[in-house]
Design a protein around this ligand. Structure first.
Ligand code: ZN
Length: 152
């Protein structure tokens, strides 16, 4: 039987995903974060750690994002981190809903709010990896919940 050629990752997931994987954004950690989030998926050893610093209006002033594990979680964490600046926590959650929906049912090119995250739709062809793409968002949502509890 002829051997299957190795499929290069670039061909699998696309250039934008690989660019975020190779050059993750916003990795510097924040000393005085308001929202702290961490989520782990033991299935593939993925871990996402996100921090947000909020201004006096409750809008995102600083973002830190770090991920370990497969290429998808690393790219997804970087992509998500690039979209949070200046948003309120409610807007962050609304963006998250959109992203979750896009990973489930797809999104058109007109979903400009999703920014680079749109490129992750390619992962829908590999259903076991969808969890990898959504893990940073799950982390962030849990972190926001915990922050709100603390703030009451
Ligand atoms: Zn993974």
């Amino acid at each position: 039987m002829p051997q299957q050629p190795d499929v290069p990752l670039d061909g699998l997931y696309g250039d934008l995903v690989m660019d975020h994987y190779r050059h993750p954004r916003n990795r510097e950690s924040l000393g005085d974060a308001d929202v702290e989030a961490e989520e782990f998926n033991p299935f593939c050893g993925d871990r996402a750690i996100l921090q947000l610093k909020l201004d006096s209006q409750g809008k995102v002033l600083g973002v830190s994002a770090n991920a370990e594990g497969c290429s998808i979680i690393q790219a997804a964490t970087s992509m998500l981190s690039g979209l949070l600046q200046g948003k309120s926590l409610g807007e962050v959650e609304a963006l998250g809903e959109k992203f979750r929906e896009a990973m489930k049912n797809g999104a058109g090119d007109d979903e400009v709010d999703l920014g680079d995250l749109r490129a992750l739709q390619v992962v829908r062809q590999y259903p076991v990896r969808i969890k990898c793409a959504l893990l940073p968002l799950t982390a962030l949502e849990e972190g926001i919940k915990a922050y709100r509890k603390k703030a009451i």
